[in-house]
Design a binder for this molecule. Structure first.
Ligand code: THU
Length: 131
């Protein structure tokens, strides 16, 4: 599956976004090293802080499907070209990414730029450092 196909999965997921409060739909798709793709949308809540991001939904799907590693991520938001995962989602993704994981930054037409995940989340918190 190409980066464009991962983008398509993210865009399809975005159509499920539940965003009555922000009106800001987001879709994310992640690929495991085995080639499985898991997608998600953001899901908001009347108690605003209880909502969560598209990347987090995608990670939940991956874990429930038995996946354990993320080698590629695509994120898309119809109201923001080149949306970046928020800080909280970078931390959540960091738990599962491979050392060479890629992040695809998109607009509504496809991938605009591909960067390494580590370049957007260097020196993240990990308990491995305590050893
Ligand atoms: N959002 C995401 O889904 N992913 C991000 O990386 C950034 C923000 C969502 C959360 C909220 O539903 C909406 O975008 C506006 O912040």
């Amino acid at each position: 599956m190409s980066a464009d196909e991962l983008f398509t999965a993210a865009k399809a997921a975005m159509s499920h976004a539940y965003v009555p409060y922000s009106g800001f739909p987001v879709g994310a798709a992640i690929r495991t090293p085995e080639g499985a793709v898991h997608a998600g949308c953001n899901i908001e809540n009347a108690s605003y802080p209880e909502g969560w991001c598209a990347e987090t939904t995608a990670l939940g799907h991956m874990i429930m499907a038995g996946g354990s590693k993320v080698s590629e991520i695509a994120v898309v938001a119809e109201n923001m070209p080149r949306i970046m995962p928020c800080g909280g989602c970078r931390q959540r993704l960091a738990e599962f990414v491979t050392a060479d994981a890629k992040l695809h930054l998109c607009d509504m037409n496809g991938v605009l730029e591909t960067v390494s995940f580590v370049s957007v989340f260097p020196r993240g918190f990990t308990l491995e450092h305590e050893k």
